[in-house]
Design a protein around this ligand. Structure first.
Ligand SMILES: [Zn+2]
Length: 80
């Protein structure tokens, strides 16, 4: 079990060698991540650590799901 309310700074101190982001960074990068996903790009490589955070953080995982659903509706063609 992980605690999603741990301070991002603390997570950074705990895992200096890992790219995992905190909730603040996750939310900041999430729309870009979802756009990359929907564009068929390698979102996990372009936004390192975000996927790991989404997997371990229910709140951000849920935000990711709803944002993706929203953007899927918003981009019928999948390209601009
Ligand atoms: Zn989070």
């Amino acid at each position: 079990m992980t605690h999603p309310d741990l301070a991002p700074t603390l997570l950074r101190l705990l895992g200096p060698g890992e790219p995992e982001v905190g909730c603040d960074e996750c939310f900041a990068a999430l729309d870009r991540y979802v756009e990359l996903e929907l564009a068929g790009a390698d979102a996990d490589a372009l936004v390192p650590g975000l996927r790991a955070h989404l997997a371990g953080c229910p709140a951000c995982g849920e935000e990711h799901e709803s944002l993706r659903a929203l953007l899927e509706l918003d981009t019928p063609g999948g390209s601009e």
